[in-house]
Design a binder for this molecule. Structure first.
Ligand code: NAP
Ligand code: ZN
Length: 362
C-alpha cells in the first residue's frame, strides 16, 4: 500500500484539512499515479458542502488530476513508468454493460465508481480524489496527457474540458454555427476556447461586467450581460447551441428563446435547486433542452488530443494545498479567473518528511 497525504472535509461545514490515507495495493490492471496538480471544480464545492444531498465524509475532493505513473500492476500494458497521465471524474465501471461497451462509462448500469464521494465497484470501499499526493486507478480510467499540453494548465481539461467538449461536439458545433456560452467560469472559459477551436462563432452570456475583456481575449466574438432584458430581446433566435454552465439557480426560459428553431440548449451546470420551465419556451421553435454528463474515456482522450492540436489549455491560478479553503471561499463568490489548480508539491514535501503512519484508511 502507498501512503498518501490528502486534504479532506469531514462535514458540510468543516474546512479542508490534512488527512493521511492508504492507497490500495496494486491489482494487475492498476496504476499508481504521483499527482502533480489537481483542478478545483465547482462540483468539489457543491459536494464538500453537501449541496446535492448525497455527500459522505471524510471526503477528499478533486477530479481534475494530472501526474506521473510511479508503479504498474503486473498486467498493465498501456502505460510505462514516468508517463504523463490524467484522471477525471471516474475510476472504474463494470466494463460489461451496454453503456460501458459503448464508451459511455459514466452511465454504467451498475453505477460507475466516481473519483470521490463514491465507492469502488465493491460498493463498500470509499473513493478519495485528487487533493492528494497519490492515487491508484484501473488503467482503463487513466488518460494520456499529450506532451504538448502544459501539465498544470491541462488538469482542468479532465473535467471542465470533457464536460464542455462532449456536448459541443454532439450538438454540431463547427464552422457556420453560433454558440452561446452561459457563465464564464471554469467550464465556461474552456468552452469558449473549444467552441472557437471547433470553428464556431462564440458569444459569452455573463452576469459579470468585469469579464468583458477576458471574454474577448479567450476568443469570444461577443459578450452580453444577462442583467439586461434588452440583450435577450436583441439575441432572440440567434444561436444554434446554448451551453449553460451556470452553477446557481436561474431561469432556463430566457436562454431557450435565444435558440434558432430546432436549436439545442445543453445544460451542464448543476444548480442545487430545481428549475422551473415554461413548455412554450421549448415548443415555440421545436427547441431541444438537453443535459450532458462529463464524457466517456475514449472521448476524453480525443478531447485531450484536440486540445493539444489546437493549443487549448485552462487559464489557472496555481495554489498550494494550504490555500484550498481560501479558494473555496473565492469560488463561492465567483472570484476566480478561471480555475484554481492545486500544486501538490508542498504536500509531497510534507509526506516525504513524515514517518510511515500506523493506521490505514484505504
Ligand atoms: P464556476 O467556475 O464557479 O463557474 C460558474 C459560472 O456561473 C460563474 O463563473 C458565473 O459566470 C456563473 N454564475 C455564478 N453564479 C451565478 C448566478 N447566481 N447567476 C448566473 N450566473 C452565475 O463553476 P464550474 O466549475 O465552471 O462549474 C459550473 C457548474 O457545472 C457547476 O454546477 C458544476 O457542478 C457543474 N459541472 C457539471 C458537470 C457535468 O458533467 N454536467 C461537470 C463538471 C461541473 P458569470 O460570472 O460569467 O456569470
Ligand atoms: Zn468537475
Amino acid at each position: 500500500m502507498a501512503t498518501a497525504l490528502a486534504f479532506a472535509v469531514t462535514s458540510p461545514v468543516a474546512p479542508l484539512a490534512p488527512l493521511e490515507l492508504q492507497r490500495r495495493e496494486l491489482r494487475p490492471h492498476d496504476v499508481l499515479i504521483e499527482i502533480s496538480f489537481c483542478g478545483v471544480c465547482h462540483s468539489d464545492l457543491h459536494q464538500a458542502r453537501n449541496e446535492w444531498g448525497h455527500s459522505s465524509y471524510p471526503m477528499v475532493p478533486g477530479h481534475e488530476i494530472v501526474g506521473e505513473v510511479r508503479q504498474l500492476g503486473s498486467a498493465v500494458t498501456r502505460f510505462a513508468l514516468g508517463d504523463r497521465v490524467g484522471v477525471g471524474c471516474m475510476v472504474d465501471s463494470c466494463a460489461e454493460c451496454g453503456p460501458c461497451r459503448a464508451g459511455q462509462e459514466q452511465f454504467c448500469e451498475r453505477g460507475a465508481a466516481f473519483t470521490y464521494n463514491g465507492t469502488e465497484m465493491d460498493r463498500r470501499t470509499p473513493t478519495y480524489g485528487g487533493y492528494s499526493t497519490h492515487i491508484v486507478v484501473q488503467e482503463h480510467f487513466v488518460l494520456r496527457v499529450p506532451a504538448a499540453l502544459e501539465l498544470a494548465r491541462a488538469a482542468p481539461l479532465l473535467c471542465a474540458g470533457i464536460t464542455t467538449y462532449s456536448p459541443l461536439v454532439r450538438w454540431g458545433t463547427g464552422p457556420g454555427t453560433r454558440v452561446a456560452v452561459v457563465g464564464l467560469g471554469g467550464l465556461g472559459h474552456v468552452a469558449v476556447k473549444l467552441a472557437r477551436a471547433l470553428g464556431a462563432e462564440v458569444s459569452v452570456l455573463s452576469t459579470s461586467p468585469n469579464k468583458r475583456e477576458d471574454a474577448a481575449r479567450l476568443g469570444a466574438q461577443a459578450f452580453e450581460l444577462t442583467a439586461t432584458p434588452e440583450a435577450f430581446r436583441r439575441l432572440r433566435g440567434r444561436f444554434d447551441v446554448v451551453l449553460d454552465t451556470v452553477s446557481a439557480v436561474h431561469d432556463y426560459d430566457p436562454y431557450l428563446r435565444l435558440l434558432r428553431p430546432g436549436g439545442t440548449m445543453a445544460v451542464v451546470g448543476i444548480p442545487p435547486e430545481p428549475v422551473r420551465l415554461r413548455a412554450g419556451s421549448l415548443i415555440g421553435g421545436n427547441r431541444v433542452l438537453a443535459g450532458s454528463s462529463i464524457g466517456g474515456l475514449a472521448e476524453t482522450q480525443r478531447m485531450l488530443e484536440f486540445c493539444a492540436a489546437h493549443g487549448v489549455l485552462a487559464d489557472i491560478e496555481l495554489i498550494p494545498a494550504s490555500r484550498l479553503n481560501e479558494a473555496y471561499e473565492r469560488l463561492a463568490k465567483n472570484d476566480v479567473k478561471y480555475r484554481f489548480v492545486v500544486d501538490l508539491a508542498s504536500l509531497h514535501a510534507r509526506r516525504g518528511a513524515a514517518p510511515e503512519p500506523a493506521s490505514a484508511q484505504k
